[in-house]
Design a protein around this ligand. Structure first.
Ligand code: SDX
Length: 429
């Protein structure tokens, strides 16, 4: 255990005091272990939104929100985005190390050979109207996978855990592409083992039986980089949901389905779709001041989507990478003058000069620019959060595996401040 010291809490009402151990990780602020707080002092602690609360130990991802730093197993996100690829980063997140060439080939082959889904799963899609949101389909189909894989739901069996992780990473693009095909009434396209992870996703989404389809290497590389920077992000809302669901012993497919549900919210992964809707609503640079006033007005529910972050009080390093990618990808794809990119950049420029945003340290986050690239790749906005879910699946399963393997793992069960009616008897009627 790292060096421990203590923090003493004195209850001024009773004079009672108690010492609590301080735990220091390898990076980041020290943590006071308050596990015995109620037993020692008779109080619960209160931290709605978990602003100052660490829920677990983890070796996977580190964020320094003030410095705008993001590390996956110690590697800076900027270096991984530039030098690595999504499957190698997936290996890094799952196993703690980047794969050597033999491990790369083995892992790629394993993932490639798990990309197909049970044929009877295709019947699930017929139950959805064509206008069903693809995230609704993803939640349902992923949650149902445990009905097909009885051989990988014993969470106490490390082999089962690993097979389930591989299946989820491999099948998410197939399930997602099928939800897109369903929404446009086109036939599903099977995965192909001669394609890369992202190449497969593109061909399953955009190829049609009546024509040859060539994966555009620019789109393939852009998607691979975007997936790298979305792969994990320590204890965000959806990952915390996966951990909490997993803490009850639920099977991994159900846990990941719960993560997809949490990610969908516009305050979280749903923001990338909401940014495009916001830009469409703003419409023109001349309207930006009016919308910034709305964003600053506490009585107005309008928020600047893609701005602000619970942890980053500096520029989200992922937003910097995507912002740079926007120019490169759009230039290569011939959309250099995309009106949305122009509007987004002017919006960022103007907002970052406003005291309201400066005082609250609100900067663009990962969702602010990602939709612009997805749009340039021909991906519709209702699929943006699905893209996020595909990439984040490896982070969710890595965090889930880490939690299950924790020796002192126990069910998560927060308490509350009860403010309702005290005991009262049922009235004589
Ligand atoms: C993701 O947690 C993660 O790591 C998530 C994520 C990941 O990779 O998993 O990074 C992915 O979810 C990114 C965030 C995507 N969401 C959005 O872009 C939605 C817009 N952003 C906000 O809703 C908000 O910034 C949150 C939800 C992201 C963060 O909420 P917090 O930490 O609870 O911040 P807050 O609401 O306490 O804001 C502090 C102040 C408030 O003003 P005051 O009460 O102090 O006057 O900043 C204001 C807020 O009103 N504020 C905003 C704002 N974000 C915060 N005002 C206008 N527009 C915004 N976007």
């Amino acid at each position: 255990m790292p060096k421990q010291d203590t923090v003493t809490i004195i209850d001024n009402a009773t004079g009672k005091k108690a010492e609590f151990p301080v735990i220091r990780g390898s990076e980041g602020p020290p943590v006071v272990d308050i596990g015995r707080f109620y037993r020692e002092l008779g109080y619960f602690t209160f931290d709605p939104g978990f602003v100052s609360t660490a829920s677990c130990r983890s070796n996977i991802t580190f964020i320094d929100g003030d410095a705008g730093v993001l590390l996956y197993r110690g590697y800076p996100i900027e270096q991984l985005a530039e030098k690595s690829n999504f499957l190698d980063v997936s290996h890094l997140l799952l196993y703690g190390e980047l794969p050597d060439s033999k491990q790369h080939d083995q892992f790629s082959s394993i993932i490639r050979h798990h990309t197909m889904i049970n044929e009877s799963l295709k019947g699930f899609y017929d139950g959805f109207y064509h206008d069903a949101h693809p995230m609704a389909i993803l939640v349902g189909v992923v949650g149902s996978l445990s009905a097909f894989y009885h051989d990988s739901t014993d969470i106490h069996n490390p082999e089962h855990r690993e097979i389930a992780a591989h299946r989820l990473i491999a099948k998410m693009p197939t399930i997602a592409a099928a939800s897109y095909k369903h929404s446009i009434g086109e036939p599903f396209v099977y995965p192909r083992n001669d394609q890369s992870y992202c190449g497969n996703l593109l061909q399953m989404m955009f190829s049609i039986p009546s024509e040859r389809y060539e994966v555009d290497p620019i789109a393939e590389r852009a998607l691979d980089m975007i997936f790298i920077i979305h792969a994990d992000h320590e204890q965000n809302a959806s990952t915390s949901t996966v951990r909490l669901a997993g803490s009850s012993g639920a099977n991994p497919f159900a846990c990941i389905s719960s993560g997809i549900t949490a990610l969908w919210g516009p305050a979280h992964g749903g923001a990338n779709e909401a940014v495009l809707q916001m830009l469409a609503e703003i419409g023109d640079v001349k309207n930006i001041p009016r919308y910034l006033e709305k964003a600053k007005d506490r009585n107005d529910p309008f928020r600047l989507m893609g701005f602000g972050h619970r942890v980053y009080k500096n520029y989200d390093p992922r937003a910097k990478i995507i912002r740079k990618m926007c120019h490169e990808v759009l230039n290569k794809l011939g959309d250099a003058n995309d009106p949305y990119l122009e509007l987004a950049m002017r919006l960022e420029e103007i907002a970052l000069k406003e005291d309201y945003f400066i005082e609250r340290r609100l900067y663009p986050n990962v969702d602010f620019y990602s939709g612009i690239i997805y749009r340039a790749l021909g991906i519709p906005s209702n699929m943006f959060t699905v893209m996020f879910a595909i990439a984040r699946t490896v982070g969710w399963v890595a965090q889930w595996m880490e939690m299950i393997a924790e020796p002192d793992q126990r069910i998560g069960r927060p308490r509350q401040i009860y403010t309702g009616a005290s005991r009262r008897d049922y009235p004589d009627r």
